[in-house]
Design a protein around this ligand. Structure first.
Ligand code: 13P
Ligand code: SF4
Length: 302
């Protein structure tokens, strides 16, 4: 164990801290985390931890979600500037304006949103439970799905529900061209394509399996196949290769890297545990309005 990792472990104990990491984090961070998972796994963990301090290795909306669900804990985001470009595509003011045009609509917010947007939404969802969440909404209700138009279109097709979509997207997934997937398929004809639902519809149409990051990892592990083209952010390779040393994985495009997910480092985690900064704190008034949409999600998919 390096000195740096030993220092982190010591500080973690002193602070009674838990380190949560998203599957898109760099491998060395996934290795030292107490728990690694997708957005749904991480929100569940954050809601049920006994730790005093949550070190969130992910992006800002994830740390905000942890603070909304566990307001009495100190939530640290070791890189304060790790935002999510999709979450930045919708503001509270813009959503409020749209809601005024659709007064009867149920607002379903992907967790990749700010606390303010969650506070204006009826129910949250993640990529792992979006179909279940939409199916829980009475058939006679209109739905406004924000902010990911690709996830929205996928869920709309799977649930056979018409919805209005916000025109947002994840630049990392939306930037994957179907031609890149076709080229990879030609190069690796025996490989199965596993895609995240943030990818555009023409890419999803080529996929053998569509799921959240945890679902992709579970699928690859359980599958009898031994070659896969992965259409999601490159961070999942750490777990995929660890779980399946004999299987081969190819990233659908070299551009599938989320720069914000790579802003956290072991040095920043150590500093964060020393200083208990930078903290993510959702103001109480905002938290009280936002918590309902998250707890409703957790209740529907218990
Ligand atoms: P999941 O964690 O739900 O797979 O979503 C991926 C993502 O974009 C997180 O930023
Ligand atoms: Fe946001 Fe996309 Fe990065 Fe996830 S991968 S944090 S959705 S920009």
């Amino acid at each position: 164990m390096s000195d740096l990792i030993a220092d982190i472990m010591k500080l973690k104990k002193e602070r009674n801290a838990v380190i949560l990491a998203h599957l898109y984090q760099p491998g060395e961070i996934q290795e030292i985390a107490d728990f690694v998972g997708d957005s749904l796994d991480l929100s569940r963990k954050a809601a049920n931890t006994n730790a005093d301090v949550i070190v969130f290795c992910g992006v800002h909306f994830m740390a905000e979600t942890a603070n909304i669900l566990s307001p009495d804990k100190i939530v640290l985001l070791p890189a304060a500037d790790a935002g999510c470009r999709m979450a930045e595509m919708i503001s509270g003011a813009a959503l409020a304006k749209k809601k005024a045009e659709m007064p009867n609509a149920v607002v379903v917010a992907y967790v990749n949103t700010t606390a303010e947007v969650k506070s204006l939404s009826d129910i949250c969802c993640t990529s792992a439970n979006a179909i279940k969440i939409v199916n829980s909404i009475p058939k006679d209700k209109d739905i406004l799905f924000v902010p990911d138009k690709n996830l929205g279109a996928y869920v709309s097709e799977k649930t056979n529900r018409k919805m209005e979509f916000w025109p947002g997207f994840c630049p990392v997934h939306h930037g994957l061209f179907v031609e890149e997937v076709e080229d990879m398929r030609e190069e690796h004809p025996n490989a199965k394509v596993l895609a995240h639902p943030e990818c555009p519809a023409d890419v999803l149409a080529k996929a053998d399996y569509i799921g959240s990051t945890t679902e992709i990892i579970n699928y690859a592990k359980a599958s009898a196949h031994d070659e896969f083209i992965i259409a999601t952010e490159c961070g999942v390779f750490h777990q995929l290769e660890k779980d399946n040393p004999k299987k081969k994985f190819y990233l659908a495009s070299d551009s599938m890297v989320c720069p914000n997910m790579k802003k956290i480092s072991l040095e920043k985690i150590k500093k964060s545990l020393e200083t208990l900064e930078p903290r993510v704190i959702v103001p109480a008034e905002m938290r009280e309005k936002a918590v309902g949409s998250l707890t409703k999600m957790l209740e529907v998919c218990r």
